[in-house]
Design a protein around this ligand. Structure first.
Ligand code: ATP
Length: 266
């Protein structure tokens, strides 16, 4: 059991979707993520907060496989994934949305979603069998694409170039592309960055609505949002977890106040 994570319930009945043990990332002599133990339950909405440079994005890069770990391990749905390639993690259900928009501007909205759906299409056929079942395969991917376009409310502009969407629409499309990979856990790196208040509210509604049953990890600078949405919050400071718990406990935590919040919440 880690020093920072205390189980909310009896260990044996709780489904742990994502766990890290002693996760550490060094860049030369600099330690960006320092001995982080996380334990995320199925269905949990967990936010990761901390000052600039605390190691939040680096932590996500380790979880998604974008960066190799220096030390420690990552388990996803009970299986060790520490050394798996990023795409293999996506295949297993670990989806990620990026701080920087990650859509193909010159493709249509539909083509963007379809590509994401196609990239992880899991079917019951082996490779050779699937060659003889192209219609089924296409129908499944098309159905998933239509469903996602409906859920992100972009069906009416499916045939337009993604470049034509406004900023909020592009962000929604990006969430749709994550959704199209049928994730069990989604890592969101500042999904509302650069958005207006209205766009932020719409995006949060969307996340809560379409990803209600999923396990979510969110990096977000808007503390009010984080306090509102999260089941639990993990606070990083200089790569280390300095607190982890429900929003009210985090707001009352003196170490968090000192390191980060500075009286921003009561
Ligand atoms: N590839 C890299 N090489 C060297 N140092 C890096 C690299 N990536 C990140 N760092 C350093 O690691 C530290 C943590 O950075 P990271 O981007 O993870 O922080 P963050 O908490 O996401 O910050 P922000 O809130 O500003 O996005 C920073 O000091 C950063 O300069």
């Amino acid at each position: 059991m880690s020093r920072t994570e205390t189980p909310a319930e009896d260990e044996s009945v709780v489904d742990r979707m994502l766990e890290t043990d002693g996760l550490t990332k060094r860049f030369g002599a600099f330690t960006a993520v320092d001995d982080v133990d996380l334990s995320i339950e199925q269905g949990e909405f967990r936010s990761i907060i901390g000052p600039n440079g605390a190691g939040k994005t680096t932590l996500f890069n380790l979880l998604s496989g974008a960066l190799p770990v220096t030390e420690g391990s990552i388990r996803f749905d009970g299986t060790e994934i520490t050394d798996l390639a990023p795409q293999e993690r996506v295949h297993r259900g670990l989806g990620r949305s990026f701080q920087i928009l990650n859509i193909f501007e010159e493709l249509t909205v539909r083509e963007n979603v379809r590509l994401a759906a196609q990239s992880v299409h899991r079917d019951d056929y082996g490779f050779f069998e699937s060659l003889f079942k192209p219609t089924d395969r296409h129908e499944t991917i098309n159905a998933r694409t239509d469903d996602v376009l409906d859920r992100i409310d972009l069906a009416s502009v499916g045939d337009e170039e993604a470049a034509a969407l406004d900023y909020g629409g592009k962000r929604r499309l990006e969430i749709g592309m994550v959704l199209a990979t049928d994730p069990q856990v989604v890592l969101f790196d500042e999904p509302t960055a650069g958005m207006s208040i209205e766009e932020t509210e719409a995006t949060i509604d969307l996340i809560e609505d379409v990803l209600a049953d999923q396990t979510l990890l969110l990096i977000e600078h808007d503390i009010e949002l984080v306090m509102d949405l999260s089941d639990r919050i993990t606070v990083l400071n200089q790569g280390e977890v300095i607190a982890s718990g429900p929003p009210d406990a985090i707001a009352a935590d003196q170490a968090v106040q000192d390191a980060y919040l500075g009286g921003m919440v009561e």
